[in-house]
Design a protein. Structure first.
Length: 190
């Protein structure tokens, strides 16, 4: 098994469940085939069944949930999954061979196993996410809108758009406020 096989399935499921706790198998098939156009409807049906069989999804077909935390999964710009990886997914149970080991530094405490699942490796974060707090403050200051309102609008956009990241929603809010986008785009591009 390669990291790419595991990562493709993990990213696809994370994108499909963004902002959602559970969805039905038919909704997931619709997202895979019609919304994202990654698979044909027949292939999407096969992929969802295989996701369930391989342990990627849990619950009944009317209320499927991912078997992992989708919040820590990032997707590079321009990424596109290979359909063969979705139609023949790797076993979810073999993820231990893919994850990077967490080596505590000398000055850190030992983290209990229960809390280790909540730790996000810094290498998996989208670099633009690091700018989100700064961008939020910049928009609030320039548009003279409270930060709480910016956060509320960001959450609304993420729920409405389903697949939009935090920084993209902030950029959309900045554009709605007629802020100069040149500096924002430059900051997000680097």
């Amino acid at each position: 098994m390669t990291d790419e096989n595991f990562d493709d399935v993990r990213r696809v499921i994370s994108l499909c469940f963004r902002g959602l706790d559970s969805i039905s198998d038919l909704d997931l098939e619709r997202i895979l085939s019609f919304d994202m156009e990654w698979l044909s409807p027949e292939e999407a049906e096969t992929a969802v069944s295989n996701f369930i069989d391989k342990g990627w999804l849990t619950g009944s077909r009317d209320k499927l949930s991912p078997a992992f935390d989708t919040k820590s999964v990032t997707t590079p710009i321009g990424w596109f999954p290979r359909p063969s990886r979705l139609l023949h997914p790797v076993d979810f149970g073999k993820q231990e061979t893919v994850e990077e080991p967490q080596i505590p530094s000398n000055d850190s405490k030992i983290v209990p196993a229960k809390q280790q699942n909540d730790i996000k490796p810094a290498s998996n974060l989208d670099p633009r996410e690091k700018l989100a707090n700064r961008l939020k403050k910049y928009i609030a200051r320039q548009a003279k809108i409270p930060i709480d309102e910016i956060e509320r609008r960001t959450e609304r956009k993420q729920k409405a758009l389903n697949y939009a990241s935090n920084w993209l929603c902030l950029a959309l809010i900045a554009r709605e406020q007629n802020l100069e986008m040149e500096q924002i785009i430059t900051a997000l591009s680097s």
